[in-house]
Design a protein around this ligand. Structure first.
Ligand code: AQP
Length: 340
């Protein structure tokens, strides 16, 4: 069976984009694949995290996985820093990847802004750690939002360069020439990139300073409704056809969210709401969002309180992850030429 890996950073409040772009899609994959879902706490500290906040957010992400329907017995659920092999392989990849590859990443450029000299070295090396996360488990499929596409391409480049640079040593060890697999992104559905509720050109993000820009997975019904009703839109009613959404980023985003939450296509949503005004559409979207998210929020809140259970799940997952990761690292150390 092919293996799925995906990770979420505990770097702030989880939001609807994280849910629709990633977490929700983790659940059905459990039926068809071996699934590994990771709270990537080492990624989170590429920008400053208060230690208490990091602990709280780590448990929150684990709780979200489980509340959404990830079964920690069928899937491996753990936090990255408990499996030190991630850091070890990332170092090897830092020496395989090239500086220019990292400097070209749009996420680095966006997060570093104009002051790229002052950000952490970890922020630049982030994609190398991400490649290690995936390739330690030789995962072949990675369900992520559209914003992660470029990082996954880099993971493929790192795998290919490692396989190529060490081709002779891989053969000497009697290992498969494609030692690291070339990973496929799983990016699908109508909501692979959810945009900010304040600005349809920016993605919904944990690190956006405006709380109004995102629907947090811990928001209550009232907060969800208010945020959707206040979401920025143009004054025109919804278009009569889906093509009419072109050039209307905010309208397109809200229709996309409706489609994703109701498991419909945008065409079907427009068939129902085309020509109607925001006064009709926004309350319907708010009701839908509340109905879809409330059960999960309630379960998340309950789980977060029970830190003993969450921590035990993470520890158990880490143990199972480590067993797979160490097998890969035994080979990697031999391939690279590290004496044991
Ligand atoms: N707006 C989005 N629409 C769809 N998918 C999204 N994802 C993130 N934002 C959206 C997906 O969620 C997963 C979590 O990714 P991450 O925690 O590694 O960080 P990120 O992609 O950098 O997400 P954020 O929420 O925007 O965090 P910050 O603000 O800290 O950068 C990934 O699968 C991502 O594609």
């Amino acid at each position: 069976t092919s293996r799925v890996f995906s990770g979420i950073q505990p770097s702030g409040d989880l939001h609807l984009g994280n849910y629709l772009g990633a977490i929700r899609r983790f659940v059905p994959l459990q039926d068809t694949h071996e699934t590994i879902y990771c709270v990537v706490d080492m990624h989170a500290i590429t920008v400053w995290q208060d230690p208490d906040d990091l602990r709280r957010a780590t448990r929150e992400v684990a709780a979200a996985f489980i509340a959404a329907g990830v079964d920690p017995k069928r899937s491996i659920v753990f936090n990255q820093s408990q499996v030190i092999q991630h850091a070890e392989l990332a170092w090897v990849f830092n020496c395989v990847a090239r500086m220019g590859w990292m400097q070209r990443m749009t996420q680095f450029k966006d997060k570093a802004g104009k002051n790229s000299e002052a950000v952490s070295l970890g922020l630049l090396a982030y994609p190398s750690l991400m490649a290690a996360d995936i390739l330690l488990y030789k995962a072949t499929q990675v369900p992520v939002g559209d914003d992660q596409k470029q990082h996954l391409e880099l993971t493929r480049d790192i795998a290919a360069k490692f396989n190529n640079d060490y081709a002779k040593s891989i053969a000497d060890q009697g290992l498969d020439a494609e030692f690291f697999p070339i990973t496929e992104p799983l990016i699908a559905g109508p909501a692979t990139r959810i945009m900010s509720l304040r600005d349809g050109t920016k993605k919904m993000s944990k690190s956006d300073p405006s709380d109004q820009s995102r629907i947090s997975l811990l928001d209550d019904a009232d907060a969800i409704s208010k945020k959707i009703k206040k979401a920025t839109t143009d004054p025109e009613p919804l278009p009569e056809t889906v093509e009419g959404l072109a050039g209307r980023a905010e309208a397109d985003n809200l229709v996309g969210i409706y489609a994703a939450l109701s498991d419909k296509t945008k065409v079907e949503v427009i068939a129902e709401y085309g020509g109607k005004g925001w006064g009709a559409f926004k309350p319907a979207l708010a009701d839908l969002a509340v109905a879809q998210l409330a059960p999960m929020s309630n379960e998340m809140r309950r789980l977060i309180e029970d830190t003993t259970t969450i921590d035990a799940i993470l520890r158990d997952g880490a143990e199972r992850a480590r067993a797979i990761a160490e097998k890969t690292m035994v080979d990697v150390r031999n391939i690279v030429g590290f004496i044991r």
